[in-house]
Design a protein around this ligand. Sequence first.
Ligand SMILES: [Zn+2]
Length: 574
Amino acid sequence: MKKTQTIFCFLVSFLLISGIQLAFAGESEEDADLVILNGTIYTMNRNQPTAEMIAVRDGRIVYVGDDASKETWIGESTRVLDLKGRTLTPGLIDSHAHLLALGRAKMKLDLSRVGNYEELVRMVEMKIRETPPGEWIIGRGWHQSKWDPPAAPLVKGFQTHWALSKVSPDNPVFLTHASGHAGFANARAMEIAGISDRTRSEAGGEIIRDSDGNPTGIFTENGQELIRRHIPGGSEAQNRRALELAIQESLKNGITSFRDASSDGDAIALYRDFLEEGKLKIRLWVMINGHDEKLVEQWFSRGPEIGSGDHFLTIRAVKLFADGALGSRGAWLLEPYSDRPDHTGHATIDMDRVYEVSSKALLSGFQACMHAIGDRANREVLDRFEKAFNQHPRAAEDHRFRIEHAQHVSAEDIPRFSQHGVIASMQGIHLSSDRPWAIDRLGAARIQEGAYVWQKLLESGAVVVNGTDAPVEPIDPIENFYATVTRRTLKGEPPGGFEPDQKMTRYQALHSYTLAGAYAGFEEDLKGSIEVGKLADFTVFSQDIMQVPEDQILDTEVEYTIIGGEIAYARRQE
Ligand SMILES: [Zn+2]
C-alpha cells in the first residue's frame, strides 16, 4: 500500500513538474538549441563583420549580435558552447576536391612524403612483404620534381621502372602521380596489361619510352588507362569505407561543405545511400563526370537535384577535363614548355564537346565546370563558354560556369573571367607546392604574366574560390589559407613569397573559402556568412587566423566543425 502511494505521489509530482516544464517551454519559444559565445566571431557579413554571440534553432541561425540578450536565448535544453576566446568563422567550403578519391587515398600506399626515388622503392618493398604474390600494389602521391637527389636516369623528366621492378617481380605495381595526371607501373603490371615496345597510347596520353623505344613505366593522362583497366575495381564495401574515411577527414579539417569535382553514377548512388542512412555528415555539391556521356544525358533530361535532405546533397554541375597538369607536362600551352621545347601539352578532349556540354548545361539548369590548367586550355574553354552564352543569352543570364584550376592564364584572357561571369576555381596550396618547379615548365615571363594570379583576377572583378583538390593536396584549410596569404612554400620559402603582389589579403582568403564558395554553387542565400536565416555551419579555430602573425598561421588547429547546429567534430572531449 505504502509503495503504491509513493508511486502515486511520484507520478503526480512528475506530471506536475513536466506540466510546468511544458508550459514553460511553450512560453519560451525564444529558447535556442545552441548558443555560441565568448570568442571572436567573423561573420563575413559586411554590415556586421564581427559578433559576440550566435543563437541557433532547428539548424538555422536565429540570432547574431552582442551577448546582452543571452539569457533570453538560453533555456533548459539549450546547449551552450563557450568558445573560451577561440575564433569562429562561417563553415568552410572546399570548392574543389575529390571525395571518394580522398577516402581511397587513405587506403593506399601514401607516397606524398617520399624524399626520393630510393625511398619510394623501399616503401613498395616493405608493402610487398605483407602482400600475397600476384596482388596489386596501389599507391599515390609521388612527385619526381620534389625529390632530392633527383632520380637517375631521367627520361622526359621522369624516373624509370627498372629499380622498382627489381624489388617487385611477382606483384603488379601502379603508383599515381600526386597530380593524378601520370602513373608509374612496374614490369609485372605492364606485362599483365600487354604493354610492349609497339603498344600505342590512348588518345590524349603518352607512354614514355627510352631512346631504344622501351616503355619506362610512365603513362601520362589517358595513357594510364592502359594499366588501370587491369586493376580490379573497388568492391562496394571498399567504397563505403572510403566514403566514411573521406567524410571523417573533411570534418576533422573544418570543412562543412564539399564540392566534389567529378563523380560517376556509382559514386552518386553511394552518396544517396549515405544521405538516406543519415551518414552523409557534410554538405555535398557534386559535379557529374561529363566524360560519361550516357550519365550526363540522363541528368540533362531529368534536371538538377538541389538541396536534398535539408541541403546535404546537391547535384547541379558537370565536369570535363580540357587538358592535363603542369607536373606531367600535360597542361595545354599556347607556346612550348620551357623545359621541353618540342612540346605544348595537349587537349584531353575534343573542344566541340566542351561547347556541346556547356550549351546543354545552360539549357537544363546545370553549371559547367571545366578543368583547364594551361593558357591554351583556358582560352579554348573561355571561347566555348562565350559561344554558348551568345547562343543562349536568356539561359546565360546567371550561369555560374567555372574553370577549375585556371592555373595559367594568358594576360589577354584574364579580364574575360569577370566579363562573362566565369568563376575561377583555384587552389592556393598548388602555388605553394608547385611554384618552385613550375617556373622550369613555364619560365619567368609566363609565371609573372599569368600563373596563379589570384589578385589580377580579383582586381578584374572575377569571383575566385579556393579549394585543395584533395587528395592531390591534404584537405587542410590552414595550409591552404597560409599559402593563399603568403605565397610561400610550407617551409616558408621564399620569405617574401612568390610574386608577392598576387597574395590575397586574409579577408579575401576567408571570402574565397566561404561566401565566394557559396556563390559558386548558387548557395549564397544559404551559407557562406553568419546571418539570420542561414544554415548554422561554423568552423572554430584554436587561434585568430585573421590576426596572428603570418609565421604562426600554420600552428592553428581546427577545434570544432559545426553543421546545422550540431557539433560534427570536436578536437578534444570537453
Ligand atoms: Zn581536381
